[in-house]
Design a protein around this ligand. Structure first.
Ligand SMILES: Cc1cc2nc3c(=O)[nH]c(=O)nc-3n(C[C@H](O)[C@H](O)[C@H](O)COP(=O)(O)OP(=O)(O)OC[C@H]3O[C@@H](n4cnc5c(N)ncnc54)[C@H](O)[C@@H]3O)c2cc1C
Ligand code: FES
Ligand code: FES
Length: 460
């Protein structure tokens, strides 16, 4: 296979033999669609945002994504809409007209990206008011945000005759298989899990690509290249949420936006956390499997999932095995996952502990990586700690459980005295380092404070 076919702004496009790491952004700009811009090439500024039509129930959603982090090869058979495709100078799209009316653009560098994210929110099903969080991944360096906010808040609801609104009632394009081999490099998109595992067996060094929000940064900023990439984001077996009486199984390749929609408030800790993760642009692509797949000691989800006593479902051609998350990380960026395995799902035991919280200490509340993070899940019985699970991030080479603190508190009355003593123990968890995000002393202080904060918030 040497062709990638996709639909851009309603027109079919054929791309002959793209280099497998070519980003959607670079290709769009090379074709003359220069509305989307390269600002940072790492998912931080949103200047590159475009809309991708993704599955949503029986229909589809126009979701804004960072074109700088997506590889063109992964979009075979998909449909992309850029700011140029939303409206024309003669017939502006309502979002574009609103930005003109409020003076929401000066140099214009950021504007097409804002238009894309605004259109995503404009077409959000059952929207009552404009959620400004939709723009949290877009930066503007000159206009200032007030006129942009005014444009957003001034938008009405789409007309039923609106072509893009109608498009969302149609099913998203099906994932097409990709077997692109070009210049000694390959990009494969298997359409079922068995095929993916066979490819992985043949190419044990292949890079698995889910949302690409981590891998895309590696490619763009660190110049990483993989001989073989295997896209797993469309594998149906990795894209389901299964509820059983004693466990919830969350598919590893669901994007965080999809997960948010599918689980609602059934797992309150995840419901609280997902909006804190990066920006909506990133959440429209980033997956839970990818967050664990990076094995980063400062990834958000591990402390939460450790508190929830989650397990990782690993799958290979030999079958499935389940590894408790607390044993999954074995060293800095090292895990129990073997090269022939894929993370299929994350299992969360039910029922959930009645009190649970996640604290992410970062320089900014939103769209930032944490310096320290703490997940806590507590079960109380008559004012006594029946069980407590505490997951920590940013204080060691791996995410870890605060086992000593947990042991100290178990069976103790849940009162200020015991929690203060436990907080002193918690401050000594892990082996925090001084780095550009925070000092070791600050990290220790935060550990102590977070347990006290949890107590203040969870009084029996
Ligand atoms: C602007 C920006 C903001 C960010 N903010 C946050 C944040 O607030 N909190 C946070 O924790 N992270 C953050 N990240 C990091 C990143 O978005 C997350 O780690 C995300 O969850 C990665 O998911 P992905 O699907 O995009 O992974 P990918 O980039 O596709 O993959 C990441 C790694 O995981 C592996 N992998 C992916 N899926 C699987 C699987 N199913 N089985 C086995 N291996 C797999 C890949 O091979 C790769 O090594 C941010 C990134 C950016 C660019
Ligand atoms: S160029 Fe900045 S997010 Fe893509
Ligand atoms: S208008 Fe110049 S960066 Fe936003």
């Amino acid at each position: 296979m040497s062709e990638i076919q996709l639909v851009v702004n309603g027109k079919p496009k054929i791309v002959i033999s793209p280099e497998p790491h070519t980003t959607l952004l670079h290709w769009l700009r090379d074709t003359g669609l220069t509305g989307c811009k390269e600002g940072c090439a790492e998912g931080e500024c949103g200047a590159c945002a475009v809309l991708l039509r993704k599955p949503h129930g029986a229909g589809s959603r126009l979701l804004s994504i960072n074109a700088c982090l997506v590889q063109l090869a992964g979009l075979h058979g998909q449909e992309v809409i850029t700011a140029e495709g939303l409206g024309t100078p003669e017939h502006l799209h309502p979002v574009q007209a609103a930005m003109v009316a409020t003076g929401g653009s000066q140099c214009g560098y950021c504007t097409p990206g804002f238009i894309s994210s605004m259109a995503d929110e404009y077409y959000r099903p059952n929207r009552q008011a404009f959620d400004l969080e939709a723009l949290s991944g877009n930066l503007c360096r000159c206009t200032g945000y007030r006129p942009i906010q005014e444009a957003a808040f001034g938008l009405g609801l789409p007309d039923s005759s609106d072509a893009f609104f109608a498009l969302q009632n149609q099913a998203a394009p099906e994932a097409q298989p990709v077997l692109l081999e070009q210049a000694g490099r390959a990009y494969y998109r298997p359409t079922d899990l068995h095929h993916a595992l066979k490819l992985l067996e043949q190419h044990p060094k292949a890079k698995l690509v889910a949302g690409g929000t981590d891998w895309g940064v590696e490619v763009n900023l660190r110049g990483s290249r993989a001989e073989t990439q295997i896209a797993i984001d469309h594998l149906p077996e990795l894209r389901q949420v299964i509820w059983q009486n004693d466990v919830a199984e969350l598919g590893a390749a669901l994007s965080l936006s999809e997960l948010e929609h599918l689980i609602g408030n059934k797992i309150p800790l995840l419901h609280e956390w997902i909006p804190l993760f990066a920006s909506r642009l990133i959440r429209n692509s980033a997956t839970l499997g990818g967050n664990i797949g990076t094995a980063s000691p400062i990834g958000d989800s591990p402390p939460i999932l450790l508190a929830l006593e989650a397990e990782v479902v690993l799958v290979s051609l030999a079958g499935e095995r389940i590894v408790p998350l607390e044993h999954y990380f074995t060293g800095y960026r090292q895990t129990q996952k073997q090269p022939n395995e894929i993370i299929k799902a994350i299992r969360i035991p039910l029922p959930l502990a009645e009190h649970a919280k996640f604290y992410k200490i970062a320089k900014r509340r939103m769209d930032d990586i944490s310096s320290v993070s703490v997940g806590v899940a507590l079960r109380l019985e008559s004012g006594v700690v029946n069980s407590i699970r505490i997951g920590l991030g940013g204080v060691a080479a791996t995410p870890l459980r605060a086992l000593e603190t947990e042991a100290f508190l178990t069976g103790q009355p849940w009162n200020l005295g015991t929690v203060q003593a436990a907080a002193k123990i918690m401050a000594n968890s892990g082996t925090p380092l001084d780095d550009h995000r925070a000092s070791a002393a600050y990290r220790k202080a935060m550990l102590e404070q977070m347990l006290l904060k949890f107590f203040a918030e969870v009084r029996p």
